[in-house]
Design a protein around this ligand. Structure first.
Ligand code: GLC
Length: 440
């Protein structure tokens, strides 16, 4: 019991330390700006401590919403020392970008509706009604933008144009596509001539975190090159797709989108609002088309290429997120849970690894290529509960809390040993620890 209250105090201290007034930075130094899904997870923890601060966290995301409905993945801090970060994006090239704050031109997984509902759950109905009234049009505009811009063939799944949009930056299915099809000649030359070791000297992220816990420099360069190509197309999806830049219907993103759609439906219902008919039709279609991501031979879901519909058969933590989507059959959910139970796949001592242990990609401390992340565990716990796996949900809650109690509020953890890695004092680890403790 006292262990739990120590953990709670530690987590609260991290959220205080990272408080930047109207938002919470993910971590000092490495992540000074406001990130979209980070703030959503932070609000889910803050609601237990300070409902006003939780609301402010989400309200401050509205500053960045584009007039076409998109929520950008980052709102930049207005501070001269970060001018270079902001200028890389130059989002003023797009007419929908806000004029008074600087943002990126891409999004991140749609967990905004989840955060709105979780924060709302802490309010009595009259107050929650006002909260929903305020947030409903924003969520609606976001989901309409996702369909409008990111599902141009009206097939039901939404596409992503950069690995950063998945939130799982260097996740294997994207990285293997990138290495195969997206490395421009100049990056291949750097790779061949080993110039990357020189470039390593200039990386900012590796000043805070050891280099073997981050991207390779080749991958980092490729990500920035892709960002530059998106900028050249002014973040305009038609131009981007015309030039057949990278486009993937990501499994993790679409799983979270399905869940977000069902939250949007619930919010509309409680406000006695009717969702637009075409949106309803698309939401139903999404759940149906999602099943095309299932591969009957390996018994799991995958991301797929937007143009060719080829499944990208490289498993990752996304494999388990259809549990969180909540739209899949009990039978398929059972099959996913089998993988979670298996010590050689997703069930090491400190689950859930971001890549299965038997994968060629698995490296226990390398960012989204092996370590366990608390936000993924939180989503999977939620999914397990909804499919009736209460004991599994309880066990995963306990092991997650143990991992954070032993290692501290780090960004990620070695799934074999529980050793912490990445940034220290990481906000979503702290916030979701609070939520797991309070929801036990
Ligand atoms: C990294 C993560 C991303 C997160 C950001 C800020 O880029 O991959 O998911 O939002 O850091 O914490």
């Amino acid at each position: 019991m006292s262990g739990n209250s120590d953990l709670l105090d530690q987590a609260k201290a991290v959220l205080d330390m990272n408080d930047r007034g109207h938002y919470t930075q993910p971590a000092h130094g490495l992540y000074p700006h406001q990130w979209l899904w980070d703030s959503c997870f932070v609000a889910i923890g803050l609601r237990h401590l300070d409902i006003e601060r939780a609301k402010a966290e989400l309200l401050s995301l509205l500053r960045g919403q584009w007039s076409n409905g998109m929520f950008p993945n980052i709102i930049f801090r207005d501070d001269p020392q970060y001018r270079a970060d902001r200028n890389v994006w130059r989002t003023w090239v797009n007419p929908y970008a806000p004029a008074d704050v600087m943002t990126t031109g891409i999004t991140q997984p749609p967990v905004f509706a989840e955060a709105v509902v979780q924060v709302g759950a802490k309010m009595a109905w009259p107050e929650r009604r006002l909260w929903y009234r305020l947030m409903y049009p924003k969520i609606l505009a976001y989901h309409q933008w996702l369909y409008q811009d990111r599902d141009p063939h009206k097939e039901g799944l939404v596409l992503q144009i950069h690995p950063w949009e998945t939130g799982l930056d260097n996740t294997p299915p994207w990285m293997s596509e990138m290495h195969e099809h997206q490395l421009p000649l100049w990056i291949r030359i750097i790779e061949k001539t080993h110039l990357n070791s020189v470039i390593n000297l200039f990386r900012r992220d590796t000043r805070s975190v050891p280099i073997d816990q981050r991207f390779s420099t080749i991958e980092a360069l490729a990500l920035f090159d892709m960002q530059r190509r998106l900028r050249r197309k002014a973040y305009n999806i038609n131009k981007i797709l015309d030039h057949s830049l990278f486009a993937i219907e990501d499994l993790a993103f679409n799983s979270m989108f399905i869940r977000a759609n069902s939250h949007l439906r619930d919010i509309a219902k409680s406000l006695r609002e009717d969702l637009p008919d075409d949106l309803e039709t698309m939401m139903t279609k999404t759940e149906k088309t999602f099943e095309e991501l299932w591969d009957q031979y390996s018994g799991q879901y995958y991301s797929r290429d937007f143009i060719t519909h080829r499944l990208l058969k490289t498993p990752s933590i996304a494999t388990l997120l259809p549990l969180y989507a909540g739209s899949i059959s009990q039978e398929r959910a059972d099959q996913l849970v089998n993988m979670l139970e298996n010590d050689h796949v997703f069930g090491p001592a400190y689950p859930v690894p971001s890549v299965p242990l038997d994968s060629f990609w698995f490296q226990p401390k390398l960012y989204w290529q092996g370590p366990s992340w608390v936000n993924m565990n939180w989503l999977i716990i939620d999914g397990l509960k909804r499919y009736g796996f209460d004991d599994h949900a309880k066990a995963l809650t306990e092991s997650t809390l143990e991992m954070v109690a032993e290692g501290g509020c780090f960004e990620y953890f070695d799934p074999l040993t529980g050793e912490p890695a990445g940034a220290a004092n990481f906000s979503w680890t702290a916030a979701l620890t609070i939520d797991l403790l309070k929801s036990k």
